[in-house]
Design a protein around this ligand. Sequence first.
Ligand code: ZN
Length: 400
Amino acid sequence: MKSCSKCLLPETHETIEYNESGECNICNQHKFKNEKIDWENKDKEFFEILDQYKSKHPYDCIVPFSGGKDSVFTLYKLAHEMKLKCLVVSFDHSFFRPKLIENRTKIFKKLGVDVITFTPNWKIVQKLMLETFLRKGDFCWHCHSGIFAYPMQVAIKEKVPLVIWGEPQAEYTAYYSYEDTLNQNEEVNEERFNKFVNLGISADDMYYMLNDKNLDKRDLAPYVYPSEDELKNLNFRSICLGSYFPWDVKKQVALIKEELGWEEDLNAGIPPEYSYEKVECQMQGIRDYIKYIKRGSGRTAHLSAIDLRNGRINKNKAKNNIKKYDGKKPANLDLFLKAVGLTEKEFNKIVKTHTVFPANVDPEKLEKGKPLHDSNYWDKSAPMERSYTEKKLNNFNFKK
Ligand SMILES: [Zn+2]
């Protein structure tokens, strides 16, 4: 496979393109971020936005929050450094790990913030996971849609028009660039939501796709992005902190550890030096494994690319890590299989139908990784009813 001469990301990476010298568009954005953006001016712009909203509503802003490194840093900046009155809104995707829950409790207490956590109906989550896995080879629709739609619903309900997110997408893909950042094009709005968050499937589409007589349209309410009119009436702004301050994950992780006692927790399929990454989800290793089968590239490649761009590792180190850690079958794959009622054989077959050319990975040949230290404590009650999954497989002609 073709790959970037600088960060090694392969041609199957979302949105990637290469220039004549073999460097990718994401590396170029990174250069733009470091060389062309006047961050002092962006900083000023941020405080101008705050001035428009501060002390005028029940809260100064809403901070969508998981408890991972990015949202913790964002909340620290806003609630502690800038002394804003923040309403923390947290969408529980059903797979928080024990350490994450400890981190959240500790941080909410230390920062002194009001928190709304919403946990959607598990039975619906299961159906959504299966449906989008079959259709798109990506089971995270419920999580991504909920995380981005639900805080906007709260903004309307609580009459808090300013929503502040963490890292901009320009950091990782080219759906938006840092040039867009400069022109304020990467606002976290419905356009961005439809562009890549929800896989092109709205909650309304999803209701009809599920085609399930036991389902009530209201069951999908947590995933509905509020209407443009409602948001406009609120005079809303929904922005990324990382569009106004240069995002630097490693520095930020050091800061939240020091200041808040935030703790790392190694996830599956990545080297221990990246224990700060994606601490929030039991399913992350499984998502990354699926990506590896589809695209021939996993999370270690993604993390190495960031470090290569920042000149923090060399290509040899990156290549060794990628070889050693990417493409291991998660020891906890059964967590997903049980949640959606699939066998591993069916799982492999479904993922293979979503392969991105020219990746060509045979999942039967991949080695098994080590179980995560806390996996014995993960809840596996309420598996999917097999009869539901079988009906779906028949409809999709995926059965053996
Ligand atoms: Zn690159």
